[in-house]
Design a protein around this ligand. Sequence first.
Ligand SMILES: NC(=O)C1=CN([C@@H]2O[C@H](COP(=O)(O)OP(=O)(O)OC[C@H]3O[C@@H](n4cnc5c(N)ncnc54)[C@H](OP(=O)(O)O)[C@@H]3O)[C@@H](O)[C@H]2O)C=CC1
Ligand SMILES: CC(=O)N[C@@H](CCC(=O)OP(=O)(O)O)C(=O)O
Length: 316
Amino acid sequence: MAHKVFIDGSEGTTGLQIHERLAGREDLEVIQIDPELRKDPAARAACLNAADVAFLCLPDAAAQESAALVTNPDTVVIDASTAHRMHPDWAYGLPELGAAFRERLTTANRIANIGCHAGAFLLGVTPLVAAGIIPTDTRMSCFSITGYSGGGKKMIAEFEAADRPATLNSPRLYALGLTHKHLPEMKQHSGLQHAPLFNPVVGCFRQGLAVTVPLHLPTLPGKPTVAAVHAALSAAYAGQTFVRVMPLGDPANLDGGFLDVQANNGTNRADVMVFGHDEQAEVVVRIDNLGKGASGSAVQCMNLRLGLDEMAGLTV
Ligand SMILES: NC(=O)C1=CN([C@@H]2O[C@H](COP(=O)(O)OP(=O)(O)OC[C@H]3O[C@@H](n4cnc5c(N)ncnc54)[C@H](OP(=O)(O)O)[C@@H]3O)[C@@H](O)[C@H]2O)C=CC1
Ligand SMILES: CC(=O)N[C@@H](CCC(=O)OP(=O)(O)O)C(=O)O
């Protein structure tokens, strides 16, 4: 029998992308809400409680409201928003972070999907903390370049408006108050004692994201080589379907010396890359912010939770 799935917020950026990834799957039946009633709590409650899996693709407040509407103990909720990522009762949706994450996702009825910047940061840093290469008390910094779809419908409309102001044509640094909403999950799931100093930049392209984490190798215990950093990441992700560690400093990652942050678009793949020399290393993690950073991850978590092929509906 097909699993019943409901997407609350199906007309938003993430909701539409989940819908696309579920299209044509015979093992799933998507519950449709009357479009006129898509923001009506009673209508949403009926759909949520009829679902085996409910995706919340909503702003934080609406996601909290939806989660509270779920009374069916068997409904698995996968929330794409920031609302529940720090909640102890919710599993964090990044199985590649380790066996404990993966195992929890196979049974949890509440799953918080990753933040796009946070997930990429964690893929680059968590194994290095676990391996002791980065001490837990290190004060890290990192930056991220993202496409404007990360800002949802509103930002997409601003960037794609016919009368777009020229100020949107150049990359825009933001979150300069240094309190970006992904900092708590970056700290919690990396094992670091301090949140990184994080600078996101949004560019005039729709989709694609890369987080860059600099490492000053002589300041780290035992002065690891760039090869040791690469080896630790390669070991951590051996056998993973969706995380690919590229050869060390591979020029094939670079197009005439430039790294294309859109190269994973349309996939659920994360590319982990290490560049550097004796003194400095840079870990770069590239994802599709709407793929591994949002809807791809959500579908992967559903597949895992339901015991289905983890790759169903997804590409690498
Ligand atoms: N875009 C991205 O790259 C990522 C997004 N996320 C998170 O996923 C969630 C969804 O983001 P995104 O798809 O980008 O956002 P969008 O703004 O594109 O879509 C949100 C959707 O929710 C609908 N909505 C708002 N309030 C309610 C309500 N009370 N009841 C029902 N529907 C409602 C909106 O309706 P309307 O169409 O009328 O505006 C819209 O269709 C957010 O929490 C976001 O932070 C997470 C990772 C990455
Ligand atoms: C360009 C842009 O604004 N991107 C968003 C991140 C999108 C994301 O990961 O979303 P949630 O954490 O909200 O789920 C931001 O930096 O706030």
